[in-house]
Design a protein around this ligand. Structure first.
Ligand code: IMP
Ligand code: MG
Length: 196
């Protein structure tokens, strides 16, 4: 895949500078995470919770690598404004369907950057008194962390660069690439202000 991805995704060929994490590396990591989670949560009927859209592919792949019974649910959030987002103030626009009181909750996240959004969400979930609440993130950007997030399961540390693929977007595009790539500077300049 890596060698000839430009033939598979010609519409993106001119915009990706470099593949930094391959499809195979991602698959191997997701398998390993799923195996560990299955061992740790044996007999605990965990509920895995995600926030769309970025986590879509990781969530789907991870759940299928977990060999014990699990349940899934999603929340939808939106930032109040670009200013308040700096304080991590987000609004829940769609809540969980499933009650989490006394349940073992594993929050699944695509990438953690400042940690502000996730911190807000975790506080909200914690107030409902789950039996346990842990975080599994596929990608971690430690350089920009403003709030300490207890990360029980982690895939890859990323450099402080804007990346796309495997669910991560730039202006809603590139999510469908099966690897993690760096964007060319020309793409970022042409479409000012990446929305996160
Ligand atoms: P934060 O941890 O509150 O700063 O926000 C993390 C969110 O920012 C993630 O859920 C992504 O939606 C987005 N994000 C952070 N870094 C990247 C990136 O490199 N590419 C695409 N989205 C990103
Ligand atoms: Mg996200």
């Amino acid at each position: 895949m890596n060698a000839n991805w430009k033939q598979t995704y010609p519409g993106y060929a001119d915009e990706i500078q470099e593949v930094i994490i391959s499809q195979e590396q991602i698959q191997a990591k997701v398998q390993a995470l799923g195996k560990t989670i299955a061992q740790d949560y044996q007999g605990r009927n965990p509920l895995l919770v995600g926030v769309l859209k970025g986590v879509l592919f990781f969530f789907a792949d991870l759940l299928r690598e977990i060999s014990i019974p699990v349940e899934m649910d999603f929340i939808a959030v939106s930032s109040y404004s670009s200013e308040s987002r700096d304080q991590g103030s987000v609004r829940l626009v769609n809540d969980l369907d499933i009650r989490i009181h006394n349940r073992h909750i594993l929050f699944v996240e695509d990438v953690i950057d400042t940690g502000l959004t996730l911190n807000y969400i975790l506080q909200n979930l914690r107030s409902r008194q789950p039996a346990s609440l842990e975080v599994c993130a596929l990608f971690n950007k430690p350089d920009h962390r403003l709030i300490d997030i207890p990360l029980r399961y982690k895939g890859f540390d990323l450099p402080d660069k804007f990346v796309v693929g495997y669910g991560l977007d730039f202006k809603e595009k590139f999510r469908n690439l099966p690897f993690i790539g760096l964007l060319k500077a020309s793409t970022i300049q042409n479409r000012v202000n990446p929305e996160r």
